[in-house]
Design a protein around this ligand. Structure first.
Ligand SMILES: Cc1cc2nc3c(=O)[nH]c(=O)nc-3n(C[C@H](O)[C@H](O)[C@H](O)COP(=O)(O)OP(=O)(O)OC[C@H]3O[C@@H](n4cnc5c(N)ncnc54)[C@H](O)[C@@H]3O)c2cc1C
Length: 454
């Protein structure tokens, strides 16, 4: 079982270090009314279940939903250390890019169509949550707008347009007046309008998905930090206040899994930061355009992404993707990176000078060499299912949950055949050298404009 280190975290009831920070000034939590939401009781005492899911982000919640559909008779318990949506799922940019799981190197046209169906599934599942379960997450299927800031990037946009075309996806390159009709920035020279994609409020989606999985009969325990997992035919999961035994486990901890010894030195945490402005006035919106309200991102390696919110603000993030030494998690705040994000915002839109920044926060997402996620099953008894390595995962983690359920049911289909299923995650080198390596990569990204790792 090479993705699990048995000797990690041997002492009982030891909280994985650095797991939870004290305070996150997350705009999405505010809009989801987190201060007034009920956080479920922790697991106390000794319990049994058929299936235990660890992690209450999109991967865990989607797995819970899909497993319940396939196994209505089984007892399923989801354990979340803080509250559902506490991790990257409740903090991200809300970009839902339907093409995230496409295999761009795929040559076979039939295979490409299957890939597209799997890749689009995440977005479709969110739409199904909205239509069938009344999920409210400020979902807006406005598409994406990728912008170029120089001629080289215009060529990259053109190449990207052709790649999308090979998957049968239409997109439009806009310049001059057509670009201005989409967005007004002195830095942008071209844009690619992609209709496939949406923006949403991720914390609302996570909290609503918690409601849905409870409604379909999954037991959700929050404030339940798992301190140790002892795998076996029956897996023993120690928590701070209890223990639960189950023949089947799902590891849905993405960037946090290494703290319990899973995917160590393969999946490592990278921190990303975001800001939310105050609401813009009508005149300020007119000065930047953006009437179609797409998710906007640029093509630099240390790119920024931004989107309008339902209440007329701009949320912007990116500009840097930070690796903290020894796989430390995000503190939730990093002043230096936050300032970079703000500088980017006003460089894109100098006409907004004076606009206040109301919130700044960050979170931890997972990184792998190659930037590829993996979903599959491990363990001597092949009874530990997982989804990990989601660097960008808003729609892909929804798909991951479906794949986990299909694998558990022993199905063989386009989902279980996808290239990310049981994908080998490359060794990322020793943890104590990763910081130095990470800084080298970052220097190359900034100064040479490319990264050797993706
Ligand atoms: C700031 C930021 C911006 C992003 N922007 C985008 C974007 O716009 N679009 C996009 O597609 N992706 C984006 N991402 C990435 C995306 O959010 C993640 O890929 C995705 O949410 C991962 O979901 P997950 O459920 O696998 O992990 P998470 O949401 O991180 O969930 C893991 C959960 O496990 C819990 N946990 C961890 N350890 C334990 C333990 N020991 N015991 C119990 N529970 C535990 C955590 O509390 C957490 O809730 C962004 C990420 C960040 C941080």
């Amino acid at each position: 079982m090479k993705y699990f280190s048995r000797f990690h975290n041997r002492s009982r009831n030891l909280r994985p270090p650095d797991l939870y920070e004290y305070f996150v000034d997350n705009f999405w939590y505010k809009t989801a009314g987190m201060e007034n939401q009920k956080i479920n009781e922790p697991l106390r005492g000794s319990h049994k279940a058929d299936i235990v899911i660890i992690g209450g982000g999109f991967t865990g919640l989607s797995a819970a939903y899909n497993i319940r559909k396939k196994f209505p008779e089984k007892t399923i318990v989801l354990l979340e250390g803080a509250f559902c949506g506490y991790g990257a799922s409740g903090r991200n940019g809300g970009f839902c890019i339907a093409t995230a799981l496409l295999d761009w190197d795929q040559k076979d046209p039939e295979r490409r169509q299957k890939d597209l169906a799997v890749s689009s599934y995440g977005l479709d599942q969110i739409k199904m949550m909205i239509s069938d379960h009344g999920v409210n997450c400020d979902f807006a299927e406005n598409g994406m707008l990728a912008v170029a800031m120089n001629e080289k990037q215009v060529d990259e946009l053109e190449e990207y347009r052709e790649e999308l075309n090979r998957f049968g996806l239409e997109s439009t390159l806009v310049q001059g007046k057509d670009l201005e009709a989409e967005i007004k920035s002195p830095l942008f020279v071209a844009g690619l309008k992609e209709p496939h994609g949406a923006i949403l409020n991720p914390a609302k989606l996570a909290r609503e998905m918690k409601r849905v999985v409870e409604e379909v009969g999954v037991e959700v325990r929050e404030r339940t930090v798992v301190t140790r997992i002892r795998p076996g035919q029956i897996n023993h999961v120690d928590t701070e206040l209890g223990v639960i035994h189950a023949p089947t486990l799902v590891i849905a901890m993405n960037a946090y899994a290494h703290k319990l010894g899973f995917f160590k030195n393969r999946v490592f945490p990278v921190s990303v930061y975001q800001v939310a402005t105050e609401p813009l006035s009508r005149a300020q919106w007119e000065s930047i355009g953006w009437g179609n309200r797409q998710g906007l991102s640029d093509l630099r390696t240390l790119f920024s992404y931004s989107a309008p919110t339902a209440d007329g603000r701009i949320v912007m993030g990116g500009s840097d993707f930070v690796y903290y030494d020894h796989d430390a998690l995000s503190s939730g705040n990093d002043k230096t990176v936050t300032h970079r994000v703000i500088d980017n915002l006003f460089a894109f839109f100098p006409q907004l000078e004076g606009l206040q920044i109301d919130h700044a926060w960050g979170g931890t997402t997972a990184y792998t060499l190659g930037r590829n996620p993996s979903v599959g099953v491990i363990g001597d008894y092949q009874n530990i299912f997982y989804g990990t390595g989601f660097n960008e995962g808003v729609p892909s983690t929804q798909t991951a949950g479906r794949i986990i359920a299909d694998l558990m049911a022993g199905e063989s289909n386009d989902f279980t055949d996808h290239v990310m299923v049981n994908r080998k995650i490359p060794y990322a080198g020793p943890k104590n050298l990763r910081g130095i390596f990470g800084r080298g990569v970052r220097w190359m990204m900034e100064n040479l404009g490319y990264s050797p790792i993706h």
